[in-house]
Ligand binder design. Structure first.
Ligand SMILES: Nc1nc2c(c(=O)[nH]1)N[C@H]1C(S)=C(S)[C@@H](COP(=O)(O)OP(=O)(O)OC[C@H]3O[C@@H](n4cnc5c(=O)[nH]c(N)nc54)[C@H](O)[C@@H]3O)O[C@H]1N2
Ligand SMILES: Nc1nc2c(c(=O)[nH]1)N[C@H]1C(S)=C(S)[C@@H](COP(=O)(O)OP(=O)(O)OC[C@H]3O[C@@H](n4cnc5c(=O)[nH]c(N)nc54)[C@H](O)[C@@H]3O)O[C@H]1N2
Ligand code: SF4
Ligand SMILES: [Mo]
Length: 672
C-alpha cells in the first residue's frame, strides 16, 4: 500500500472499526491505532473494496419501465429524476398532505449524518415519522425502563472477568472484536457460559451451554434470581442503596420461579439453573453479555428488564470489576436533535412503526401512503411479513423512490432508483453500540459514476422545494460539529481536535464504571419496580408470560439469526456478482426431522401463518428439539427475491413496539 487514508467501517455492527484505506481504494486494513479494534478487520470489512468497485454498483439514476417488482429500468439523468421526484412531492403535499409521504431509513450505514440525512427534510414537509424499531426496540425499552439509558460496561473490562455469561448473542459472528478479549479472560481462567437454543459459532468458545426453549428466557432469568434469593446469595446492601422494588420482587415474583418449575417452562434442567446461579454469585467479576437476537421475541421487553436486574441482585453494577453489556449507544456526548430536527415540523407527527410497513402500505389503510422514500435500507428483504410488504410495494398508486448503492429486493419495486455513495465516498461521524470510541471519517475516494451521498440528495431536494433552514446548506463536517458536544459533559479541546483529525476518541475514560454512582433513571436507581411502566398499564415488575402461540401442535419455533458473512442483507449484491456465499438453510434437530420423515439435504417447504419459503434442510443436534433455526435473511446464490421474512409476522413485542423475528411458528414439509 502507498499512502493510507483513515476511514471507518460503516456496517451495522457493534465494532465500528477504524480502517486504513489505500489511496486508490483497492485495499484496506485495520488501523492499529484503534485501541478497541486494534488493526483487525473481519472479512466483511476487508471486502469493502469489493463493494465499492463492484460491477453491480448503481452508478446512474434509473426510471421504471416495466411492472413493479420486475426490476426493469432505463437510465435517466439526475435532473430528470429529481424533477420528477420534486413534482410528485409537490403534488402529494398539495392533494394528500405530508402524512401521505413515508420516509424509510434504517441501518445501511451507522454514520450519524448520512444515516438520517433525510430527517430534517421530511420533518420540514410534515411527513410521516418512522419509528426505528426493527433492530431491538423491545430490548431497548426494557433496558431503559430498568437502567435508564443504553450504557454498558466497557467491553475492554472483560479481560479482568472470571465468569462470562453470554445470553442470546453470537459474538463470534456479530461482535468479533469481543472475542480476543474473551479469550484473554479465558486464558486467565474465566469460565464462559452460553445461553442459546442453538450452538452457534460462539458455542465453541463456551465451557457450558444452556439450551432453553426459545422465548422462555424471562422465566430462566427469574429462576436464576430465585436461587440467588433462596440461597441468600444476594447483596442486600447494594439492592437497598442502588435499586428500587426488590422487596416487591421478592414478595410477588421470585417465589413463583423455583428451579423445578422453571425447568418445566424452559426445558433447562433444575440443577443447571441452580449451578448457573451459584457460579454467577461465586464469581469475583462476572460479565453478562446480552444479545440483540434476544430482543426479537414477543416477551422481550420483560426479558431485558429481568436480565438488567440479574447483575443488580449480586451488586455487580457497583463493583470495580465485572459488568453487564447490551449496548453502549447512548454513552456518547451527542445532541441527536441536531440530526433529526424535529423543530422543523409544522405539527405533531403521525408515527408508523417500521415493522408494520406491510400494514402502512396496504390499500386498506385508513390514511394510505402515496409516496415512499427508502434509503439506507432494504425493507423488501428485512421487514417482517413480506407478502404484505411486497403487496404494498406493488401498488400502482404508490410512488416509490429508493436511494441505494446496489440493486436489491427493494429497488425492484422502485419507480425511481437513485445511486448512493459508499462510506468511502462521503464523510461521516460514527458512534458505536459495542464500545466507547467516537470517530470522524472524511471521504477517501471520489464517488463512482453519478453516485451522490444521502445528504447531497436531500439538500438538492430541499432547494427544489424552497426549504431554507441552514441545515440544508451545511457541509457534512459542519453538520457533525453541531451534533458533537464540546466542553463540560462533552469533548475536551484536545479530544475535539483529535476527532476531526480522524483519530478514535474515547468518550468513557478507561476503567470508569458508568454505573458507579447510580443510574440515569427517574429515581436515580436501577428500577426493578418501574412506576413508568405501571403508569402505562404494563406490569411494573419483571415477570414471565406464556406466549399464547407457543403450544400449537406439530409446529416448530423458528429463530432467524444474523449471517456470519454478511450484514443483514448488506454485502450480498457484490457477493452475488462473484458467485454467492452461504445460502440460508433450515436447521432441525434430528428428532424433529425424523418425526416428519425429512432427510438432511432435502429441499423443504417451511410454512407459517404469513407465508412460506423453500430451502435446503440441515439436520443437526446444534438446535434444540422443537425449534428451527435459519441464519441469514436473503439468498446470496440467487437473484433478489427470496427472504426469510415471508415467514415472519408484523406482531409486536410486549412493549417498545419491537419485532418478533425469532418468534414465528412454522410447519415443515418435504417438497413433492
Ligand atoms: N456477521 C454479522 N454481524 C452482525 C450482523 C450481521 O448481520 N452479520 N448484524 C448486526 C446487527 S444489525 C445486530 S442487531 C447484531 C445481532 O447480534 P446477535 O444478537 O449476536 O445476533 P443474532 O444472530 O441476531 O442472535 C444471537 C443469538 O440469539 C439466539 N436466540 C434467538 N432466540 C433466542 C431465545 O429465545 N433465547 C436465547 N437464549 N437465545 C436466542 C440465536 O440462536 C442466536 O444465536 O449483530 C450485528 N453484527
Ligand atoms: N427475519 C429477520 N429479519 C431481520 C432480522 C432478523 O434477525 N431476522 N434482523 C433485523 C435487524 S436487527 C436489522 S438491524 C434490520 C436491518 O435491515 P436494513 O436496515 O434493511 O439493513 P440491510 O439489509 O443491511 O440493508 C441496508 C441497505 O442500505 C444500503 N446502504 C448502505 N449504505 C448506504 C448509504 O450510505 N446510503 C444509501 N442510500 N444506502 C446505503 C445497502 O446497500 C443495503 O441495501 O434487519 C432486520 N430484519
Ligand atoms: S463488519 Fe464489524 S467487525 Fe467487521 S470490519 Fe466492519 S465494524 Fe469491524
Ligand atoms: Mo440490528
Amino acid at each position: 500500500m502507498l499512502a493510507l487514508k483513515r476511514a471507518v467501517c460503516p456496517f451495522d455492527c457493534p465494532d465500528t472499526c477504524s480502517m486504513l484505506v489505500a489511496d486508490d481504494g483497492k485495499s484496506c486494513r485495520g488501523d492499529p491505532a484503534d485501541p478497541y479494534t486494534r488493526g483487525f478487520l473481519c472479512t466483511k470489512g476487508r471486502r469493502y473494496p469489493e463493494l465499492v468497485f463492484s460491477p453491480d454498483r448503481l452508478l446512474t439514476p434509473l426510471k421504471r419501465v416495466g411492472p413493479k417488482g420486475s426490476a426493469t429500468f432505463r437510465p435517466v439523468s439526475w435532473e430528470e429524476a429529481l424533477a420528477e421526484i420534486t413534482a410528485r412531492l409537490e403534488e402529494t403535499l398539495a392533494t394528500a398532505g405530508g402524512e401521505a409521504i413515508l420516509p424509510y431509513a434504517s441501518s445501511g450505514t451507522l454514520g450519524i449524518i448520512q444515516g438520517r440525512a433525510g430527517d430534517p427534510f421530511f420533518n420540514a414537509l410534515g411527513a410521516l415519522s418512522l419509528a426505528d424499531t426493527i433492530c431491538s426496540a423491545a430490548g431497548e425499552a426494557g433496558w431503559e425502563a430498568t437502567v435508564g439509558r443504553r450504557l454498558g460496561t466497557d467491553p475492554e473490562a472483560v479481560v479482568d472477568c472470571d465468569f462470562i455469561l453470554i445470553w442470546g448473542a453470537n459474538p463470534a459472528s456479530t461482535r468479533q472484536h469481543f472475542i480476543p478479549l474473551l479469550l484473554t479472560a479465558r486464558r486467565r481462567g474465566a469460565q464462559v457460559v452460553l445461553v442459546d437454543p442453538y450452538a452457534s459459532r460462539t458455542a465453541r468458545l463456551a465451557d457450558k451451554q444452556l439450551f432453553p426453549r426459545p422465548g422462555t428466557d424471562t422465566a430462566l432469568a427469574l429462576g436464576v434470581m430465585h436461587v440467588l434469593w433462596r440461597e441468600d446469595l444476594i447483596d442486600r446492601d447494594y439492592l437497598e442503596r442502588y435499586t428500587i422494588g426488590f422487596s416487591e420482587l421478592e414478595r410477588h415474583v421470585l417465589p413463583r420461579y423455583a428451579p423445578e418449575k422453571v425447568a418445566g417452562i424452559t426445558d433447562v434442567p433444575a440443577e443447571e439453573i441452580v449451578a448457573l446461579a451459584r457460579a454467577y454469585a461465586a464469581a469475583r467479576a462476572p460479565f453478562l453479555l446480552i444479545g440483540y437476537g434476544l430482543s426479537r421475541h414477543r416477551g422481550a421487553g420483560q426479558l431485558f428488564r429481568a436480565l438488567a436486574c440479574l447483575p443488580a441482585l449480586v451488586g455487580v453494577y457497583g463493583r470495580e470489576r465485572g459488568g453487564v453489556l447490551f449496548s453502549t449507544s447512548q454513552g456518547f456526548p451527542l445532541d441527536r436533535s441536531a440530526v433529526h430536527r424535529l423543530d422543523l415540523r409544522p405539527g405533531p407527527a403521525r408515527v408508523i412503526n417500521m415493522l408494520e410497513l406491510g400494514k402502512a402500505l396496504s390499500p386498506a389503510a385508513a390514511q394510505p401512503v402515496r409516496m415512499l422514500f427508502v434509503y439506507n435500507a432494504n425493507p423488501a428483504a428485512t421487514c417482517p411479513d413480506q407478502n404484505a410488504v411486497r403487496a404494498g410495494l406493488s401498488r400502482d398508486d404508490l410512488f416509490t423512490v429508493v436511494l441505494e448503492q446496489f440493486p436489491t429486493e427493494t429497488t425492484s419495486y422502485a419507480d425511481i432508483v437513485l445511486p448512493a455513495t459508499t462510506a468511502w465516498e462521503h464523510a461521516d461521524l460514527y458512534s458505536a453500540y459495542g464500545h466507547y470510541y467516537l470517530k470522524w471519517a472524511e471521504a477517501v475516494l471520489k464517488p463512482r459514476g453519478a453516485a451522490r451521498s444521502n445528504q447531497e440528495v436531500f439538500q438538492e431536494l430541499a432547494a427544489r422545494l424552497g426549504l431554507k433552514d441552514p441545515v440544508f446548506s451545511l457541509t457534512t463536517r459542519e453538520w457533525a460539529q453541531r451534533v458533537v458536544r464540546r466542553g463540560p459533559g462533552g469533548l475536551s479541546d484536545d479530544q475535539w481536535a483529535a476527532l476531526w483529525r480522524g483519530e478514535p476518541v474515547r468518550v468513557l475514560p478507561r476503567g470508569v464504571n458508568p454505573f458507579a454512582y447510580g443510574f440515569p433513571t427517574p429515581s436515580g436507581r436501577l428500577e426493578i419496580y418501574s412506576a413508568a411502566l405501571a403508569a402505562q398499564g404494563l406490569p411494573p415488575l419483571p415477570d414471565y408470560q406464556e406466549d399464547e402461540l407457543s403450544t400449537a401442535a406439530d409446529t416448530l419455533h423458528l429463530i432467524t439469526a444474523h449471517p456470519h458473512e454478511f450484514i443483514n442483507s448488506s454485502l450480498v449484491p457484490p457477493a452475488r456478482a462473484r458467485g454467492g456465499g452461504s445460502r440460508p438453510v433450515l436447521i432441525l434437530n434430528p428428532a424433529d426431522a425424523a418425526a416428519r420423515g425429512l432427510q438432511a439435504g432435502d429441499m423443504v417447504r417451511a410454512k407459517s401463518a404469513q407465508g412460506e419459503v423453500t430451502l435446503p434442510l440441515v439436520v443437526s443436534a446444534a438446535i434444540r428439539p422443537g425449534a428451527a433455526y435459519i441464519q441469514g435473511l436473503v439468498d446470496p446464490t440467487s437473484p433478489p427475491g427470496w427472504s426469510v421474512n415471508f415467514l415472519t409476522s408484523q406482531r409486536l413485542s410486549d412493549f417498545g413496539g419491537g419485532s418478533t423475528f425469532s418468534d414465528s411458528r412454522i410447519q415443515v414439509f418435504s417438497m413433492p
